[in-house]
Design a protein around this ligand. Structure first.
Ligand code: FHN
Length: 414
């Protein structure tokens, strides 16, 4: 079972992922062609020659990228940590790397260190700060892997020693607030090499958490597949990286935005099963966050903020035996929460047994009357009589303070 040994990660439950790089300028299009895939993969998918792709660095000047504003927003959305792409598969460092010239500080007119800016902004806003680092794929380096291409002659060892390890070292020493290293796509990385990366990270700062994508089942926590959530409660520490539309990097043509209600439901399901939700934004080439991302996150974040006690520091609940579509449960010791996501006039939940000391609407403290009885068929049932204001309302939460550490969900017997 994965254990980060870091209370902040176990409690966080909600984080912000940021995919920002040279690809953001292309917005998913190159020479009149739209990539059929995710936008940050455009160099690989459309086979853009390295010399051409590198020209993007010369124009990179994202004057609208405002680290403070982003961190303030993330805080207002109830998020507790932020993970930023310090170097994605394209190979371009978004910070002041001394061991490469291909960086936002040296190769671009902006001369900006985005890792430093975000580190500072996270500190100001009380957010934990993590960086994404692509440890195997590097499409700019001849020794780095390039998925969907012939990698048979790769000398990955050269890449590890020449770029990956030195950059990891400088990230961890130049930016002492880094609390999480988000590795990705290990490809041919062996178990020994994954271990070497972990040892390197921990030798500089033993408290830095290493993501599961370091490869070979290693790392401090389990990372699910992108946008995949475990169907059942899952033990240990884990996280779901996820998108708001279908891409990570900014893609002009991608309007397939998820509904805020859907995002909220996913967040609560993930929390209920024991995980964290790391939700992505992809600023455009000027550094501006897509309006729709802000709209969705403002709505979801509003709920999270009003109901922070039912999200932050919640713990995995046992598996509830029935499929219910109108609510999601979360819990923490001696508290049980019903998040009501579809309108109801009265709440009834069966096969649940607990001793309620107090029950109230979480966002305003209005006490609610609760009946606990057994149904004619045998299982326990809890009925919540709603105040007028909440009858036929959606997206509110009922908090139960209970005697037991956690409610008992009874098995289906009839
Ligand atoms: O290839 C990357 C992709 O671009 C993106 O960064 C996601 C985020 O989880 N990870 C990889 C695909 O799983």
């Amino acid at each position: 079972m994965h254990d980060t040994k870091q209370q902040w990660f176990k409690d966080a439950k909600f984080g912000l992922f940021i995919h920002f790089g040279l690809y953001s300028q292309l917005a998913g299009e190159y020479e009149g062609e739209t990539t059929p895939s995710i936008a940050e993969w455009i160099m690989n998918t459309l086979d853009i020659p390295k010399t051409e792709y590198r020209k993007l660095a010369r124009e990179f000047n994202p004057t609208d990228f405002d680290a403070d504003w982003i961190a303030e927003k993330a805080k207002s959305w109830g998020m507790k940590y932020l993970v930023f792409t310090s170097k994605h598969h394209e190979g371009f460092a978004m910070y002041d790397s001394k061991c490469s010239d291909y960086t936002s500080v040296k190769a671009s007119p902006c001369h900006r260190d985005f890792v430093a800016e975000l580190q500072e902004a996270c500190k100001k806003n009380g957010l934990k700060f993590g960086v994404y680092y692509s440890q195997a794929q590097d499409w700019d380096d001849p020794d780095g892997y390039m998925a969907r291409h012939d990698n048979s002659h790769k000398t990955y060892r050269n890449y590890l020693e020449g770029k990956c390890f030195p950059q990891l070292k400088e990230l961890l020493t130049q930016y002492p607030d880094i609390s999480l290293l988000w590795f990705d796509t290990p490809m041919g990385t062996t178990a020994e090499e994954s271990k070497e990366m972990i040892d390197l990270v921990k030798s500089i700062n033993p408290n830095v958490i290493v993501s599961g994508r370091v490869g070979n089942g290693l790392g401090d926590y389990m990372t699910t597949g992108d946008n995949f959530i475990p169907a059942d409660p899952f033990p240990g520490d884990w996280e779901v990286p996820a998108t708001l539309n279908d891409t990570w990097g900014f893609k002009k043509s991608d309007d397939n935005w998820k509904n805020p209600d859907k995002i909220l439901q996913l967040l609560l399901k993930i929390n209920s099963r024991g995980g964290n939700y790391l939700l992505n934004i992809g600023p455009d080439g000027t550094g501006k966050i897509p309006e729709e991302s802000i709209r969705i996150l403002d709505e979801v974040g509003g709920y999270v903020h009003r109901n922070a006690d039912a999200v932050f520091a919640t713990r995995s609940l046992p598996k509830y035996p029935y499929e219910v579509d109108w609510c999601v449960f979360t819990g923490k010791p001696h508290k049980f929460f019903i998040h009501v996501l579809s309108p109801k006039t009265v709440l009834e939940v069966i096969n649940i047994n607990m001793t309620v000391k107090k029950a109230y609407i979480l966002e305003d403290g209005t006490e609610v009357r609760v009946d606990l009885e057994t149904t004619c068929e045998g299982p326990h049932m809890i009925t919540v009589f709603l105040p007028e204001k909440y009858k036929n309302a959606k997206n509110y939460c009922v908090c139960f303070e209970i005697e037991e550490e956690t409610p008992e969900f009874e098995a289906i017997r009839m």
